[in-house]
Design a protein around this ligand. Structure first.
Ligand code: ADP
Length: 216
């Protein structure tokens, strides 16, 4: 299955992607995670991307598209993939569409997770992430069992540089402006499946399975 996950920051794309990885045995390709790894390593791409990311702006299309194409060429993506955080602009969606058409491997579905801006702010400004396994916690809704360490691997949890309220509001505005048009783009192609994601994670997972026709 070749999937795209769409939705504003805080909608739970990363969480649902991880559940789908287990269910479908295909890789999650999160452009945010890949970019953060580049920033951490101090690669050329990381140095270029960092300023945009810290301000909550999008990294230029050409850089992100090249990065995703390289990732899709890896052998583990041959049987399918879950794109999380890409495409985010119409030019990115067009680049993806033509690459997949050329490979005769079109998308299977696009899942759109919907939440309100207020819920996004509440989720993200309390979000802590495990730098090792990328699992996320929320001090209000889903705290870890022990203070600020990951339940899975005991790593010290971290806050993301762009999760303060002002930057979250900027990311939400940018989503509306640049990414929301992709909903129409994929609706026209008959690929869009909308999921109300303002409910608990487990319930979103049930709705996601139903939308994809996957038996858990
Ligand atoms: P979010 O929770 O906002 O969806 P991500 O982890 O997906 O966060 O992305 C974090 C940041 O990485 C974005 O704010 C942006 O700067 C950059 N980024 C990730 N994916 C893309 C993309 N497809 N195009 C441009 N910038 C991107």
């Amino acid at each position: 299955m070749r999937l795209v996950l769409l939705g504003p920051p805080g909608a739970g794309k990363g969480t649902q992607a991880q559940l789908l990885v287990d269910r479908l045995a295909i890789p999650q390709i999160s452009t945010g995670d890949i970019l953060r790894e580049h920033v951490q390593r101090g690669s050329t791409l990381g140095i270029q991307a960092r300023a945009y990311m810290d301000r909550g702006e999008y990294v230029p299309d050409d850089l992100v598209v090249r990065m995703v194409m390289d990732r899709l060429a890896q052998p583990d993506a041959r049987e399918g993939f879950i794109l999380d955080g890409f495409p985010r602009t119409v030019p990115q969606a067009q680049a993806l569409e033509s690459a997949l058409a050329q490979a005769e491997q079109p998308l299977s579905a696009v899942l759109k997770f919907a939440i309100s801006d207020d819920m996004a702010v509440r989720r993200l400004s309390n979000r802590w992430t495990c730098p090792e396994c990328k699992r996320t916690y929320n001090m209000e809704f889903k705290p870890p069992a022990h203070d600020r360490v990951c339940d899975t691997d005991n790593s010290a949890l971290e806050r993301r540089a762009d999760d303060d309220e002002l930057t979250v509001r900027r990311r939400l505005a940018l989503y509306r402006e640049q990414t929301a048009p992709l909903e129409a783009f994929y609706r026209e192609r008959g690929l869009l499946k909308e999921i109300d994601a303002e409910v608990r994670e487990a319930e979103v997972a049930v709705r996601t399975n139903a939308a994809l026709g996957v038996v858990p």
